[in-house]
Design a binder for this molecule. Structure first.
Ligand code: T4K
Length: 403
């Protein structure tokens, strides 16, 4: 048990973990099942182009999220682009500023303009601010269910309908989650999931567009395969966004294990909450327990005025201990080099969250002991906030003077 300040790695002590403890370490399902499926794929010599495994993955995803159609893709970014094209968006698309860059990039790469809208304290797009960024060039909204917590789907639908906008959801984080008791996947014109390695269900790389709109689904399917509609016809310029058979096999193994992954995430989340309860200025963001949640992201909010340490000081102190928390999504897309030269509405909500939040390790690779040790370090840092913060600023000053 660390009792003295110089036990902290920051002050020359041995790191709490001998090797980095990362967030986003993939959940691995039943290896035997996966490897058998890979063998079958090799025997069949049918490796891609919507083979039987990809079709089965699409069927299971659609069933789980209770939608009519699923188009499995090579990643979520490609699926977002399919959604934008298949929904017929043009001009400007309103996106939240507090998100992973794939959200605005998917718009930009199609030659459209992402227009940032600030987020509310939940981190989801602030419906009250949509009106202030809406122009006549806007054709749609792409909202994000941040960290699996649902947007205000009713108000977004009302706003979109009132202004003749298409409504898409970047649901990269929200596979297996619900909003008002309805599974995420069936809202708006289409939704997109990510099955990237770091997600609750993974297919190495992968994604899916899901929708209840027959013609949007048909168009997205064709666009994902170069726009081909028959042996001798290409309806429009498409892309190649198809999911391979091996990726789908991983996705199926991951889906089969999903209940266990979610249960483990939930235990981890509860352990973090219990370990950090009552620490001044710290709050592990909760989930709405009336909804279905995947509990994939453990997000810690640091109120520097109460904790005495900022999110950055805490994160750096943890890094020294080999605890690799991530400052998602700092500094906010609108302040990255990719977009900062444009004119944006003020984004105070985004900028505040971008300074306060850190995502902590979870998933099946994170053990209860890891969480206990990690939280012990967090508690220690906060209880010695003044010394830690002073030491960090001394180190920063020394670093500057050494230059
Ligand atoms: N929309 C939203 C809202 C998103 O968050 C994302 C992706 C997308 C769209 C696009 O989805 P995809 O096109 O990727 O399907 C990671 C993921 O790569 C990215 O998919 C995810 N969101 C984002 C939140 O996290 P990075 O740049 O932080 O990745 P990286 O390489 O730093 O990995 C994070 C941590 O995961 C590492 O510290 C180590 C660990 N890791 C990662 C991989 C790939 C492993 O332990 N093993 C692994 O195989 O983006």
């Amino acid at each position: 048990m660390k009792l003295r300040l110089d036990d902290l790695a920051l002050f020359g002590g041995r790191p709490a973990f001998p090797a980095p403890v990362h967030i986003g370490v993939p959940n691995i399902g039943d290896r035997k099942r996966f490897l058998k499926s890979v063998n079958d794929i090799l025997d069949r010599r049918y490796l891609s182009n919507r083979g039987p495994v990809a079709r089965e993955f699409e069927r299971q995803v659609a069933e789980l999220v209770e939608v009519e159609h699923c188009v499995a893709t090579c990643n979520a970014t490609a699926a977002l682009q399919l959604a934008i094209r298949a929904a017929g968006l043009t001009g400007e698309v309103i996106v939240p500023s507090f998100t992973f860059p794939a959200t605005p990039h998917s718009v930009h790469w199609l030659g459209l303009t992402p227009v940032f809208c600030d987020v509310d304290p939940s981190g989801n797009i602030d419906v009250d601010r949509l009106g202030s960024v809406l122009t006549r060039r806007a054709s749609g909204i792409m909202a994000v269910h941040l960290w699996g917590r649902p947007c205000n789907v009713d108000r977004l639908a009302e706003f979109a309908a009132a202004h003749g906008l298409k409504l898409l959801y970047d649901s990269a984080h929200a596979f297996g989650c619900s909003a008002g008791g309805r599974m995420i996947g069936g809202f708006g014109d289409a939704e997109v999931f990510s099955f990237h390695a770091t997600k609750v269900v993974n297919s190495f790389e992968g994604g899916a567009l899901v929708t209840n709109d027959d013609s949007l689904a048909e168009r997205a399917r064709s666009l994902s395969n170069f726009g081909i509609v028959s042996e001798s016809e290409v309806a429009e310029p498409g892309t190649n966004a198809k999911m391979s058979e091996v990726a789908a096999a991983m996705g199926l193994a991951s889906l089969a294990a999903m209940p266990a992954f979610v249960a483990r995430n939930r235990e981890n989340h509860e352990a973090y909450q219990a370990e950090l309860a009552g620490v001044p200025g710290l709050r592990v963001l909760d989930f709405d327990h009336r909804e279905r949640n995947n509990y994939q992201y453990v997000v810690l909010d640091v109120d520097v005025a109460i904790a005495g340490v900022s999110r950055d000081v805490l994160t750096d102190a943890l890094r020294a201990e080999n605890i690799m928390g991530r400052r998602y999504f700092t500094p906010g897309c609108h302040r990255t080099a990719a977009y900062r030269d444009r004119v944006h509405a003020p984004m105070p909500g985004t900028e505040e969250l971008a300074e306060r939040l850190v995502v902590l390790p979870s998933g099946t690779a994170t053990t209860p002991r890891d969480i206990a040790v990690l939280c012990q370090v967090v508690r220690f840092v906060v209880s010695h906030a003044a010394e830690v913060a002073a030491s960090m600023s001394d180190q920063v000053r020394a670093g500057v003077e050494a230059l």
